[in-house]
Design a protein around this ligand. Structure first.
Ligand SMILES: Nc1ncnc2c1ncn2[C@@H]1O[C@H](COP(=O)(O)OP(=O)(O)OP(=O)(O)O)[C@@H](O)[C@H]1O
Length: 260
């Protein structure tokens, strides 16, 4: 069957606009992510990243524009839900459940067969060093333990496209590495990750493509090397240098010196 680039995209967003009263949160955002890629989504506070992710996962309706994920219109929630995992910035966990109960509960909601669910739950608990605490209430967990539990519940149904909002928030270096490894393995298996984070070294380590959102517009997009090349600091520029240049904070960085 002949195919087009648009038809093949894992995420295809066209001219997204979102207004809240007179506030313009998104002002014509279009993006396309092929399967098997990791897309790093950057932007300063208030740029519209969360709004974009909620629209891409069908949780918020855009004022105008369209989104297809895995070829499915995001308004078609019944067909979309099994294909997509979304880790929001503040993940929903029931304090009174243990990690194991929380994951069992999500497996049930997702109709994952019992044997598969048990195997995956044991695997994720082990992978994220939660096995020993798996039967303790999540309400007694540290922030990092809650984040790891939430990550496991986001991927438990084996989605095709993963939307991650600050997935390494509150995690120790070992757990950050586990998440990075997971993202790379996931993409190597032909699946897609849309990763929003302020932790630029994580993006540099895993992203194939980077988009920078600023005041509701995608102001830079490309391979991390190409986006970095936009920084005036030249060859040795980091993604952070480029981010600060692109979002207009380059002056602050350049003038900060030992005299200040
Ligand atoms: N429900 C809402 N009602 C009114 N304004 C909103 C709402 N949600 C978001 N906004 C506004 O839209 C803009 C974008 O917010 P959004 O949360 O998407 O930014 P963000 O890039 O995710 O920021 P951060 O990095 O701080 O999480 C902000 O000006 C915010 O005040």
């Amino acid at each position: 069957m002949p195919s087009t680039d648009a038809g093949d995209a894992a995420i295809e967003a066209t001219d997204l606009r979102k207004t809240y009263g007179s506030e313009v949160a998104l002002d014509g955002v279009s993006l396309s992510v092929p399967p098997g890629r990791v897309y790093g989504f950057l932007g300063p506070n208030g740029a519209g990243k969360t709004t974009t992710m909620r629209i891409l996962t069908g949780l918020t309706r855009p004022t105008s524009g369209t989104v297809r994920v895995s070829g499915i219109d995001v308004n078609d929630r019944r067909n979309l839900a099994p294909r997509v995992g979304y880790l929001p910035e503040t993940p929903p966990l029931y304090d009174e459940f243990s990690a194991r109960e929380q994951l069992d509960y999500v497996a049930d909601l997702r109709d994952i067969p019992k044997d598969t669910a048990r195997r995956r739950i044991d695997d994720y608990l082990d992978r994220f060093d939660l096995t020993e605490d798996a039967d303790r209430r999540t309400g007694t967990y540290s922030k990092g333990m809650r984040q790891k539990t939430a990550f496991a519940q986001t991927v438990l149904h084996d989605p095709d496209v993963l939307f991650l909002d600050e997935p390494t928030s509150g995690l120790d270096p070992k757990a950050v590495r586990r998440i990075r490894e997971f993202i790379v393995e996931f993409a190597d298996a032909g699946r897609t990750v849309f990763l929003s984070t302020h932790i630029l070294p994580v993006v540099e380590a895993v992203a194939d493509r980077v988009g920078v959102l600023f005041e509701g517009r995608l102001v830079a997009e490309g391979a991390p090397e190409d986006v970095k090349a936009r920084a005036e600091t030249g060859e040795r520029a980091s993604l952070e240098d480029a981010f600060l240049e692109i979002t207009g904070d380059g002056d602050a960085r350049r003038t900060a010196g030992p005299d200040e």
